[in-house]
Design a protein around this ligand. Structure first.
Ligand SMILES: Cc1cc2nc3c(=O)[nH]c(=O)nc-3n(C[C@H](O)[C@H](O)[C@H](O)COP(=O)(O)OP(=O)(O)OC[C@H]3O[C@@H](n4cnc5c(N)ncnc54)[C@H](O)[C@@H]3O)c2cc1C
Length: 290
């Protein structure tokens, strides 16, 4: 099928994008990599009178590390971030998550900002952003604001971005020290969205106990989920295998997965707990040997 007719805009600056969004509001839709939006338009599952293409906005591309923060601008292609040495060193969770997004053809067009703004609860990057306390920078005509990831994801494909706002960058705190990072997921086939997935980061103190941890789950509810109770149970401990199993059970119990054609809620909870346990075990092993 072909999409319904729309007026196409190709601005070259964030200021011009903001003006178009201010003018058209809900009638306008931003186009980034098009890997989620174009199929929806083509199947006429959605339609907008105005499409604002971000692909000519050069200021929305690039990666930078400064003062303990990694910044990835919204229109950075997923494949560019995947092969970026700065991203790999500053945010191993992002580097590990990116290759799990679809296939390389999809990542060649798909963008980091598009994945986060699209807010699919089975997506890897929103869970990483949530677990690492990323800040999402949003611009509108005349102003910008930073939204903590914990306040950004509202529901399936829904965020707290206003219709007049665009996501311009993702700011991610860099973890340093004795750390381990693991992303793991179960999908029906390589390249498919995950049935259940997990991102884990741990940092150890000098005594080898967990100084801090971050656990995010995806495919386990209507938004990515942060397992704060599980983190609290882990922090300060030197966990045994039995304790890790209990932490993992807590993490999965804090999720509200639903039944769908791909898997039952019970299956997702079971798999989610196993994934957390396995990922934490690997992350702790990495941190101990680091
Ligand atoms: C076969 C297939 C498999 C896939 N598998 C996965 C997977 O395993 N994991 C995964 O995470 N994704 C997967 N995807 C989705 C893919 O990663 C998309 O690239 C991503 O979800 C959206 O990014 P995009 O840049 O293509 O955005 P687009 O499709 O252009 O836009 C998506 C949405 O985000 C909005 N948007 C985009 N950029 C901005 C911005 N800067 N500010 C505000 N709003 C914005 C758009 O208006 C639109 O609503 C898959 C896609 C396909 C086709």
């Amino acid at each position: 099928m072909k999409s319904a007719a729309f007026e196409y805009h190709a601005p070259e600056t964030v200021a011009d994008v903001s003006l178009l969004l201010a003018e058209h509001g809900d009638d306008a839709k931003l186009l980034a990599g098009g890997q989620s939006l174009v199929p929806l338009l083509a199947m006429r599952l959605t339609r907008f009178p105005h499409i604002v293409d971000l692909n000519r906005v050069a200021e929305l591309r690039g990666v930078e590390r400064q003062n303990g923060t990694l910044t990835i601008k919204a229109m950075t292609r997923q494949s560019d971030a995947e092969h970026d040495a700065t991203v790999a060193a500053a945010a191993p969770l992002i580097a590990q998550a990116l290759p799990m997004i679809g296939h390389f053809q999809i990542r060649n067009r798909g963008t980091v900002g598009g994945s986060i703004a699209h807010a699919d609860p089975a997506s890897e990057l929103p869970a990483v952003a949530l677990a690492l306390d990323a800040e999402l920078e949003a611009a509108r005509a005349g102003s910008t604001r930073r939204i903590p990831a914990a306040e950004f994801f509202e529901g399936t494909w829904t965020t707290t971005l206003e219709p007049e706002e665009l996501l311009t960058a993702v700011h991610v705190p860099v973890w340093e020290g004795r750390c381990g990072f693991v992303v793991d997921e179960v999908a029906r086939r390589s390249g498919d969205f995950a049935l259940a997935g997990v991102v884990c980061a741990v940092e150890l103190n000098e005594a080898g106990a967990v100084r801090r941890s971050a656990i995010g789950l995806f495919g386990m509810g209507s938004t990515p989920v942060r397992a704060r109770d599980a983190e609290a149970a882990l922090n300060g401990s030197t966990p045994t295998a039995t304790e890790l199993a209990e932490v993992a059970r807590l993490a999965a119990a804090g999720c509200s997965p639903t039944d769908d054609v791909h898997a039952s809620a019970e299956y997702r909870t079971h798999v989610g707990a196993h994934l957390v346990q396995r990922a934490l075990d690997r992350a702790l092993g990495e941190a101990r040997s680091g």
